[in-house]
Design a protein around this ligand. Structure first.
Ligand SMILES: C[S@@+](CC[C@H](N)C(=O)[O-])C[C@H]1O[C@@H](n2cnc3c(N)ncnc32)[C@H](O)[C@@H]1O
Length: 173
C-alpha cells in the first residue's frame, strides 16, 4: 500500500480522528492556566499535530506579555497546518523534527510532552532541573510496545491528574 502524502493525510483526517488525537479540551485548559500562572520564559511542546494545544500555549504567552513557545512534529504536513492554525498566535515557532532534537527542550521552563509514546521518557529526562513538565496520556498508551507512563511519572515524584487520557505533572529534579 502506498502511504498517503502529507497533504492527503491531513485532508483524510475525520473530525473524530482529530478529536481523538488532539488533547482533551480540559488538558488545553490546564496548560493555559499553568502558563498564565507560572509565566515561563520558554515553553516547549513536543507533538503539535494540528496546533490545538500549541495555540493555547501561544495565547497564554501572549496574554502574559512575555515568553515564547517552540513546538514540533515529525509529520511535515501537520507542521504546515499547525503553523497556519497558529498564525495569529504570536510568539510560536513550530518546527519539523522530533521533540528530542529540539535544543530548546533542554532549556525550557515548562514542557508539554505529547509526542510519540516511545520518545516521552527521553524527553522528560532531557529537560533541565526545575522545569515543570506535563506528560500527556499517562493513563493510556497509544503504543502497544510502551506501557502507560502513570507509574513512571509517579516514581519520579509526579502526580497524574484524572483527565480522560491522563495528565502527568512533575518538576524535573
Ligand atoms: C497526540 S498528537 C499531539 C496533539 C497535540 N498536542 C494537540 O493537543 O493537538 C501526537 C503528535 O506527535 C507527533 N509525533 C510522533 N512522534 C514524535 C516525535 N518523536 N517528536 C515530535 N512529534 C512526534 C505525531 O505526528 C502527532 O502529530
Amino acid at each position: 500500500m502506498v502511504e498517503p502524502s502529507g497533504a492527503a493525510r491531513v485532508k483524510e483526517l475525520s473530525e473524530s480522528a482529530i478529536r481523538a488525537t488532539a488533547a482533551e479540551p480540559r488538558v488545553a485548559d490546564v496548560l493555559f492556566a499553568l502558563v498564565r500562572a507560572l509565566r515561563p520564559a520558554l515553553v516547549v511542546e513536543t507533538g503539535s499535530f494540528l496546533g490545538h494545544t500549541t495555540y493555547m500555549l501561544g495565547l497564554a504567552v501572549k496574554l502574559n506579555g512575555l515568553g515564547r513557545v517552540v513546538s514540533c512534529d515529525v509529520v511535515e504536513e501537520y507542521v504546515r497546518e499547525a503553523r497556519l492554525n497558529c498564525a495569529r498566535s504570536f510568539a510560536v515557532d513550530i518546527r519539523w523534527c522530533r521533540g528530542i532534537e529540539l535544543p530548546e527542550l533542554r532549556q525550557a521552563d515548562l514542557v508539554f510532552i505529547d509526542s510519540g509514546y516511545a520518545d516521552r521518557k527521553e524527553e522528560v529526562l532531557s529537560a533541565k532541573p526545575g522545569a515543570v513538565l506535563l506528560v500527556h496520556d499517562t493513563a493510556r498508551s497509544y503504543d502497544a510496545n510502551v506501557e502507560p507512563l502513570d507509574d513512571w511519572v509517579m516514581s519520579m515524584g509526579g502526580i497524574c491528574l484524572p483527565t480522560e487520557r491522563g495528565l502527568g505533572l512533575l518538576i524535573r529534579r
